[in-house]
Design a protein around this ligand. Structure first.
Ligand SMILES: Cc1cc2nc3c(=O)[nH]c(=O)nc-3n(C[C@H](O)[C@H](O)[C@H](O)COP(=O)(O)OP(=O)(O)OC[C@H]3O[C@@H](n4cnc5c(N)ncnc54)[C@H](O)[C@@H]3O)c2cc1C
Length: 415
């Protein structure tokens, strides 16, 4: 079958890889001059099944209200005259009940565990190198209430196969000795030994190169402007140069921009951009910085060691499609880094970056067929696009092929 994948981020490239493995003739189209140059460019670097708890949980609405208007807050809802933002916000609130949170954790966790296992197979098979670290992920807490909140979530995750083990403060310092320099006490943590980290951009570049060697075609620097629809199916994709590309099947993997392309077809996706930031710090020989990937749950930031760089990423801002760098929010990330790692050696050469997570209200992605018979979606991976990339690529390929997937696709089906 001839398949066109729209979007060359983590999700589009992983989809293309598994589609090609199934023998399809695959073309990937992206508006950027290379792969992974938008949201997949400088993320937190975690393969974190242990991060399966979505932002939509019972504790969040009160926090969002408390943080309204506070420029440096971990999760900032900017009140805008934007119907899509308000509709998304209402659906987000609906996902905050204990029952829905639990259901969403299970759906996210199943996919994340499946995906992590596929990545662990793919890496040696293809010889992929991307500054990966297989040293686990430590969630640590500096606030006793946040730590208490994490314990039942960790227990639930253990029930579903994620070995997120509770650790004392002293044990956290043994796992990551750099935390001993923190100017705020660590009260405890949870550690997931099988989680990983690495540079997502390098991963996509390498996977795309392997895919190209196996015959996947990449069309870069072309914006998809519309889907041509005829007879209940996609007849082609129109590009900004006036050309139309046709195929037997189409996969929408445009991240936060997928809803915009679909809207004229009458398909409405609950995906809204959740802006996040990263700070990449070049490390010196005497820098005291973590090597184990860390999650500072209370501040919604993560730390990943990428060779001789430290990537600190996270926080969320609901502000539409604006990708500009807000210096106050970046400064808050640097400030927290220095509180925890005063000797990390944060100099003037830090790189700031912002990306738009394609967020569904539940953080459960949308994968599968639509009512246009040859249009498939793979989007809405929110905070966990890398963690889930291989799994959603494989799942998508299974569905397109009409093969029974290894995990139940129902929770991810486009509505
Ligand atoms: C600060 C931050 C930290 C994060 N940390 C982590 C982490 O530690 N672990 C994790 O698993 N996930 C993390 N994520 C989430 C993860 O990065 C995203 O979920 C993932 O990158 C989404 O990938 P994607 O392929 O769906 O979207 P994208 O990477 O945005 O790819 C979509 C592609 O579509 C292209 N495109 C869009 N519109 C058009 C058009 N009209 N025509 C042609 N091309 C188009 C774009 O150029 C882009 O290349 C983080 C995200 C952020 C912002």
């Amino acid at each position: 079958m001839r398949v066109v994948v729209l979007g060359a981020g983590l999700v589009g490239v992983a989809s293309a890889w598994y589609l090609r493995e199934d023998g399809h003739e695959v073309t990937v189209i992206d508006r950027q001059p290379g792969v992974a140059l938008e949201t997949s460019f400088a993320n937190g670097g975690q393969i974190s099944t242990s991060h399966a708890e979505p932002w939509a949980n019972p504790g969040t609405p009160a926090k969002v209200l408390r943080w309204l208007g506070r420029e440096e807050s971990p999760l900032l809802w900017r009140l805008r005259a934007d119907a899509a933002q308000w509709a998304w916000g209402l659906r987000f609130l609906r996902e905050c009940t204990p029952g829905r949170t639990r259901r969403n954790i299970v759906a996210i966790l199943r996919l994340a565990l499946y995906s992590r296992a596929l990545l662990k197979d793919l890496r040696p098979a293809l010889g992929l190198e991307y500054d990966q670290q297989e040293r686990g992920i430590l969630h640590f807490y500096t606030d006793a209430a946040e730590f208490a909140h994490a314990l039942p979530q960790a227990e639930l995750m253990r029930q579903y196969g994620c070995q997120r083990v509770v650790k004392s403060a002293a044990e956290c310092l043994v796992i990551e000795p750099a935390l001993a320099g923190s100017t705020v006490p660590i009260v405890g943590g949870t550690y997931t030994a099988d989680d990983e980290s690495g540079d997502a951009h390098k991963f996509v570049v390498t996977l795309a190169a392997r895919a190209a060697q196996r015959g996947v075609a990449f069309l870069h620097g072309r914006t998809v402007t519309a889907l041509s629809v005829a007879g209940g199916a996609v007849a082609g994709v129109r590009l900004d140069n006036g050309a139309t590309v046709t195929a037997d099947a189409y996969v929408g993997a445009l991240g936060s921009y997928t809803p915009q392309l679909l809207r004229p077809t009458g398909i409405h996706l609950p995906v809204y951009p959740a802006k996040g930031y990263s700070v990449t710090i070049p490390l010196a020989a005497d820098s005291v910085a973590p090597t184990v990937s860390l999650t500072d749950d209370g501040h919604k930031i993560v730390f990943s060691r990428l060779g001789d760089r430290l990537r600190v990423a996270g926080t969320a801002e609901f502000t539409g499609y604006d990708t500009s760098i807000n210096t106050v929010r970046c400064a808050a990330i640097v400030k927290r880094t220095l509180v925890l790692f005063p000797h990390a050696g944060v100099g003037p050469n830090v790189e700031y970056w912002a990306g738009l997570r394609p967020a569904t209200p539940s953080n459960v992605p949308v994968i599968g067929a639509t009512r246009l018979t040859n249009l498939y979606l793979n989007t809405g991976h929110g905070t966990l696009g890398w963690t889930m990339a291989c799994g959603t690529g494989r799942l998508l390929a299974d569905l397109l092929r009409g093969r029974r997937p290894a995990l139940d696709p129902a929770p991810y089906a486009p509505m």
